[in-house]
Design a protein around this ligand. Sequence first.
Ligand code: UTP
Length: 304
Amino acid sequence: MITTSNDARIYRGSVLKKPLRKAVLPVAGLGTRFLPATKAMPKEMLPVVDRPLVQYAIDEAREAGIDQFCLITGRGKDSLIDYFDVAFELETTLRERNKLALLETLEPSSIEAGSLAAVRQQEPLGLGHAIWCARSFIGDDPFAILLPDDIIKGGRGCLSQLVDVYNETGGNVVAVTEVPRDYTNRYGILDVGQDDGRTVEVKGLVEKPDPSVAPSNLSIIGRYILRPEIMTHLSKLERGAGGEVQLTDAMAKLIGDMPFHGLRYEGTRYDCGDKAGFLEAQIAFAIDRPDLGPAVKAFLRKYI
Ligand code: UTP
């Protein structure tokens, strides 16, 4: 692991913009906001229309050039691993019955052998702890984090947009969005330095600050590109807000040692970890589908 004292020297060199190929998808949370549905099934397998949340994150990562994936799983999350496996009986039956269009729908859930790793987080001690569990997978490489319960709809994938900034600036890049001032105590919030309207310099980060002390209303969403040095800070396993090991606290310790930017991404984010956000995502994605849009619009008129 590269030490912090070497950072300045290393960042001036070519390691600064080492290409991004790895992504970590933490899926070990309890998903309590969706109980009882999540008692026996992972939140990340809940479908938006007909694809599980985790599929949206994998698609977005692939579009951004990622070809090595690590799922941070926990008890009761095995269906996530099965989802990315070959479904021999199903695929053979569909082929025999000449259901080729259905067979095609399975293609995005296929990951090349050896490109999907799974690591257990034995206890859900927080997002920072989940990411720390991926330390062997990460080694000395930069990596993306995608939280599958955030899905972002728009033209170009959010992670691809972050990669553009990463290729300009190196260091760490996070996707950010404005939230109502009253809600800052739900999110990781930025202290903003230089701001050109699209990219902001991150001067500080605070997890779930009270609105009265929040440095801004610019919040991190579930897309990150981080340098591997984050693991040095996470390995201390310090507890933060809510008694959890917070990723935001470890990220805050990288500020000053290396470039750190936030990107106001283009696209609409749906917080599918929240029931209202999840329902809104269903409508937004269904309306855009040629096979469903007209029917969905018609029944919505009935209810409104
Ligand atoms: P959330 O903050 O939404 O927590 O996690 P949660 O447990 O999934 O859901 P609620 O709040 O109880 O309803 C954001 C992401 O981080 C993962 C989750 O699986 C989710 O993808 N996570 C969270 C972990 O992998 N481990 C943790 O200890 C906490």
